[in-house]
Design a protein around this ligand. Structure first.
Ligand SMILES: NC(=O)c1ccc[n+]([C@@H]2O[C@H](COP(=O)([O-])OP(=O)(O)OC[C@H]3O[C@@H](n4cnc5c(N)ncnc54)[C@H](O)[C@@H]3O)[C@@H](O)[C@H]2O)c1
Length: 361
């Protein structure tokens, strides 16, 4: 029988649990906490938020004792010495908080919200520091655990559409939820790295999500090291792709729908293999976050790599920043990506892009 292991879990950035979650605040820590609470071997022991009332309300909701409530995350780590810490703050803070938590020497694992970081340099540094310190770093690309994606991947792996040639997506944008979308493309392509990215974008109206700029439209294309191509067409160009993700193979294609309905459609040269599957929920067993957190905890327990590992997240993040960099350079970007910043943010700061305020004033 498996020995029961106990993990003390803490949270950085609790949020205020709004009635109507939006890109100004989802309070993702509440979703993480509910997922850890489902696991017998996890105990919630601490939380920190620069807004003390947020941390206090969160602690009350999840029975975290008053001694575990802090404004300063470093004080919290020293006081409660968690095994696992979930970081649920805005993207611009992720790199420093992850690095600080890893360097505290206290934690075994850090589960950080997406996108990895504000910049490509920050993304690499947080992964490097965790690697050096032997801290397991994962990112909450939890949609991978959704049933439509798992089913589509199984059909692909079964060879129903022949050999994979191209993955297209037209869901959301390229950075904020694009990090889920590109990560999903990489999941479909067995986590291969890209070799080059070419892209152009349009940014006329400010789209600030969780404090960070996002393009209004991008057309980006990349080639993976195994010869498979990826393509993103977002915003007004989303109609270029007939579904949210399309996997094109030598003998057919698979469409995955997420926006208007939850469905997978398989089209093949052999009509007997064509099928349409619909889903009531993204994940039938539990929420995708529940499944993601369970995998993160199990990976710590079994000392294995979670599929949400930093290496996989870096592969997606590199494509995203390379797409923005291609627009800045007006040319193809060969990988590995050799920049440190976030080209979209930099182009806004330099005045090369001047998006109008979203409210029109
Ligand atoms: N996985 C998903 O599908 C998904 C969905 C929504 C949001 N997110 C991501 O979750 C992250 C958090 O978003 P949110 O909507 O939960 O934010 P939120 O605004 O609801 O909560 C963030 C909290 O972090 C606190 N904070 C900021 N800096 C801090 C620091 N240095 N130390 C401690 N606390 C700090 C803020 O006071 C706030 O209470 C973002 O990266 C966002 O992109 C992911």
């Amino acid at each position: 029988m498996r020995e029961t292991v106990s993990f003390n879990v803490a949270f950085v950035g609790t949020g205020a649990n709004p009635d109507e979650p939006s890109v100004d605040g989802f309070a993702m820590a509440y979703r993480h906490a509910a997922a850890y609470e489902r696991l017998e071997d996890c105990r919630l022991v601490g939380c920190a938020d620069i807004v003390r009332e947020n941390a206090a309300a969160f602690a009350e909701e999840y029975d975290i004792p008053a001694e575990g409530v802090f404004e300063d995350y470093e004080e919290m780590l020293t006081a409660v010495e968690p095994d696992i810490v979930s970081i649920c703050t805005p993207p611009a803070t992720h790199a420093n908080l992850v690095i600080g938590a890893a360097e505290s020497g206290v934690v075994d694992a850090i589960h950080c919200e997406k996108p990895m970081a504000l910049t490509w340099g920050g993304s690499r540094r947080m992964a490097d520091v965790c690697e050096e310190r032997g801290v397991k770093l994962t990112f909450n690309h939890m949609r991978r655990f959704g049933d439509p994606f798992r089913v589509a991947k199984r059909r692909l792996d079964d060879g129903v559409i022949g050999d994979l040639r191209r993955i297209e997506y037209a869901w959301g944008n390229f950075y904020d939820n694009g990090t889920h979308a590109v990560d999903m493309c990489n999941y479909f392509n067995d986590e291969h790295r890209a070799e080059w990215v070419i892209g152009q974008l349009d940014y006329e109206t400010e789209d600030i999500r969780f404090g960070t700029h996002n393009e209004n439209q991008i057309l980006a294309s990349w080639e993976y090291e195994n010869g498979v191509h990826g393509m993103a067409s977002t915003g007004p160009g989303a109609d270029a792709v007939d579904s949210d993700w399309r996997l094109v193979g030598t003998d057919g294609f698979i469409d995955v729908y997420l926006t208007d309905r939850l469905a997978v459609q398989v089209y093949t040269v052999d009509p007997a293999d064509c099928e349409e599957l619909t889903f009531d929920k993204l994940a039938s067993e539990a929420s995708c976050i529940d499944l993601a957190v369970a995998d993160v905890v199990q990976a710590v327990e079994e000392d294995r790599e979670s599929e949400l590992c930093a290496r996989n997240a870096l592969n997606a993040t590199e494509i995203i920043f390379a797409g923005y960099e291609s627009a800045r350079r007006r040319g193809r970007v060969d990988l590995p990506l050799d920049i440190d910043d976030n080209p979209l943010e930099a182009m806004v700061e330099s005045g090369d892009l001047s998006p109008a305020p979203a409210d029109g004033d």
